[in-house]
Structures are given as C-alpha cells and as structure tokens.
Design a protein around this ligand. Structure first.
Ligand code: NAP
Ligand code: MG
Length: 400
C-alpha cells in the first residue's frame, strides 16, 4: 500500500493553455503526485479542445464544480481576432472565466501572496488585502450616447402596469454632451453580499465594503442597504462569534484607510472600483505572478486559479527549447488552496496539512534567496540565486 496522502472526493481539474499548461504539469509531477494520491476529474480547457467541443468542455467543467464543490483552474486564452487566426478557430469563443462565473454565480476574490524579501510598496502592509469585485453591471453593461446641443435627455421607466415615469437627466440647450444609462440588480447585489460574508467567515477576516452613497443617494445607497440588511439579519451573530467585523465606509475614506492599514482584511468593491483597485493592489504587493484568485459562489462552490494569464512570451521561448524563469507560485497556491479546501470539506487533515506545508516550502525557498527572475527584480534581498522554472520547483520539492 502506498503511504501517499489519500483523497476521498475528486478535485475538478481545469487544464489550460501555453506556458501555464507546462507549469501545470510540472507542479503536479514535481510537487503533488509524489506525495498525494491525487484524485481529479480532468477537463481540458486548452483552446484546441474548447474549439473541438464547441466550448462544451467549459460548461461541463463548471457543472462538475457544482457537483463536487472545489475546482482548480489553469490560465486559459480568451480568444481575440488574432487568436482565431492563430488557432484556426470555428468561432471567437467567450472567456472561459466569464462562462464559469456565470454558471457558478460567483464573486472573484484576489489575494496576494506575501514572501520574505518581496515587500509591498506600502510599508505598513503586513498581511494580504483580499479584494472582491462585484463583477456584474454598472458601467460594464451600460448604454451610453453622444448628445447634440439642443437635445434633452430623460430617464423613462415603464412600470409593469404600463404607466411611465420620466426624470430629466439634463437639458442640453447650452452645450452638446454625453449621457449614460446603467443598472444593477438586487439579486446580483444580494448574491455578491452573501458571498462576501460567507468568504469572510470561511477565512476569518474582517470585511470592508465601500461605495459612494453620499453622492449616489439611490444607486450606491442600494448597495449599502442590501449589505447592511443582510449583515443585521443573517451574519451579525456569526461574525461576532468568529471575532470578525463588518465595516462600511465611503470609497474615498476606504482608500485613505487602506493605505494606512496593516492589511489582513477583505475589501468588497463595486464593479469599477474593483477593476481599478485590484490592479493597484497587485502592483503594490509585488507582482501579478504572486496573486491568486478564487471564485466563490454564494452556494459554497470554490474555484482556485492564478490571477495572471498564459504568459505567451515565455511559451515561445519554451517551444524553442530555451529555459524560462517562469514564476509558478500563484499556480502552486491555486493547487494548495483547492487541496486545502477539499481537505477541509472532507475532513482530511493530512491533505490540509500537506497544502500548508507546500505553501511554507515555497515561501521558505524564496526567503533563502532562491527565486525566479521576476521576483529577483523586485526583491530587497542582496544574495539572490535566480532560478529557472524547473530549478525553482525542484528546490521547493527538496524542502517538502
Ligand atoms: P500574462 O500572460 O499574465 O503575461 C504578461 C506578462 O507578465 C508576461 O509576459 C510576463 O512578463 C509577466 N508574467 C505574468 N505571469 C508571470 C509569471 N507567472 N512568471 C513570470 N512572469 C509573468 O498576460 P497577457 O500576455 O496579457 O495575456 C496572455 C494570455 O493570457 C491571453 O491570451 C489572455 O487571454 C490570457 N489571460 C488569461 C487569464 C486567465 O485565464 N485567468 C487572465 C489573464 C490573461 P515578461 O514577458 O516581462 O517576463
Ligand atoms: Mg483592471
């Protein structure tokens, strides 16, 4: 009998494209399968197979995540016109992440990985700031229009009984201009709020939420009210029992507080705020290669991945037989995040413990000055050994 760590329920494994597909296999071969009797249900989300299956494989993988609860996903190409030509695709398939998110109805939480010697640009940040973006509505599904001088713009609502209400947006008699109509849905805001409260409980982290309700007295205020009501009715006691807090503040106040904070909380953001602030946080915490991402659904499904893409520039070097100094850390943490969650759900302490030890081995390796080129550029360490992908993975395996 093998003495490898056992699993009871399979992980949903979503393979991907280009360099990250190479990294994916090496992580499994070097860091996971030597120690774990790995059980996965495998879905090949590589672009060729998405094209061959008319993207059915993406839908199937999302449905499998509903069945089993936990998935780990490799970065995938979102095709554009150039990719359609490069791969001779039947169609410009949609973003797999978008498809999966719409099936799981989830929220994406992005969490930076902190390592000794890779210091955040903000010196007070000692712990990760996890950002949650409400990925529905607002300007991302708005209609906007250019308005000639002399026009009048109005907001017209047709009620279920057919009656209409009209609100003047602006009289454009003095100058031409622009206008926009945007929306959100109570159901979507509620599911966002619920996911944030659930994830805060699962991670035992304080939750912040920010908007601009003082200016946007109906629109943003609705977000504030939905969060507040759900907190009062369903989460206050659970939060108190877990020793965590929920905190609402204006978005500009949130920014000021974030910059002065020690970190260690979840920051829930409206769609646009999350889009912008997540890039700021990723850069301030070091590198996209040190950012993990987890899609959490309000029904309790989890899908883990790295925040970066398929790194085509490294892949082209790899195809020519050259060594690349690709950083596998975010993808390793996607695997350890998924294995730990699987272990937690199935009551497998060995598996949770293995995931945590693997993460520690990664961080200890970096702390010893062994790192890939992207980190070598930003580290405060002076005695650094720049490693290629295999070298780094083997160094981590040795510690494990
Ligand atoms: P990218 O793959 O993240 O790479 C951009 C650059 O960032 C790389 O060229 C590299 O810089 C650096 N980089 C990113 N990850 C790294 C790592 N792990 N180690 C070392 N360096 C790293 O972004 P992209 O080039 O914009 O997108 C490429 C493809 O990925 C696209 O087809 C896009 O659709 C897809 N994508 C997928 C996801 C996802 O599945 N979640 C997310 C984003 C993008 P240097 O070249 O300077 O070394
Ligand atoms: Mg952005």
């Amino acid at each position: 009998m093998s003495d490898k760590i056992k699993m009871t329920t399979p992980l949903v494994e979503m393979d991907g494209d280009e360099m990250t597909r190479i990294v994916w296999k090496k992580i499994k071969d070097i860091l996971i399968t030597p120690f774990v009797d790995l059980k996965t249900e495998y879905y090949d989300l590589g672009l060729e197979n998405r094209d061959a299956t008319e993207d059915k494989v993406t839908v199937d993988s999302a449905n499998a995540t509903k069945k089993y609860g936990v998935a780990v996903k490799c970065a995938t190409i979102t095709p554009n016109a150039a990719r359609v030509e490069e791969f001779g695709l039947k169609k410009m398939w949609k973003s797999p992440n978008g498809t999966i998110r719409s099936i799981l109805d989830g929220t994406v939480f992005r969490a930076p990985i902190l390592a000794d010697g890779i210091s955040p640009l903000v010196p007070s940040w000692e712990a990760p700031i996890v950002i949650a973006r409400h990925a529905y509505g607002d300007i991302y599904s708005a209609v906007d229009t250019v308005i000639p001088q002399g026009s009048k713009a109005e907001l017209v609502i047709t009620l279920p009984d057919g009656t209409q209400t009209t609100t003047l947006i602006k009289d454009f008699s003095a100058s031409g201009g622009i206008a926009m109509g945007m929306h959100n849905l109570d159901s979507s805001i509620e599911s966002f709020a619920r996911t944030c409260f659930e994830y805060a409980l699962s991670e035992k982290l304080d939750l912040w939420f920010s908007s601009k309700d003082t200016i946007s007295k109906k629109y943003d205020h609705r977000f504030k009210d939905i969060f507040a009501e759900m907190y009062e009715n369903e989460y206050k006691e659970k939060f108190e029992a877990a020793g965590i807090t929920y905190f609402y503040t204006l978005v500009d106040d949130a920014i000021a507080r974030v910059m002065k904070s020690k970190g260690g909380f979840i920051w829930a953001c409206k769609n646009y705020d999350g889009d912008v602030f997540s890039d700021m946080l990723a850069t301030a915490f070091g590198s996209l290669a040190m950012m993990t991402s987890v899609l959490v659904s309000p029904h309790g499904y989890y899908e883990y991945e790295a925040a970066h893409g398929t790194i085509p520039r490294h892949y082209h070097k790899y195809l020519k037989g050259e060594k690349t100094s690709t950083n596998p850390i975010a993808t390793i943490f996607a695997w350890t995040g998924a294995l730990a969650k699987r272990g937690e759900m199935d009551g497998l302490n060995d598996l949770v413990d293995f995931a945590r030890r693997t993460e520690k081995a990664v961080l200890d390796t970096v702390a010893e000055g062994k790192m890939t080129g992207d980190l070598a550029l930003i580290t405060s360490k002076t005695d650094v050994q720049v490693m290629d992908l295999d070298g780094f993975l083997n160094a981590v395996a040795e510690k494990l």
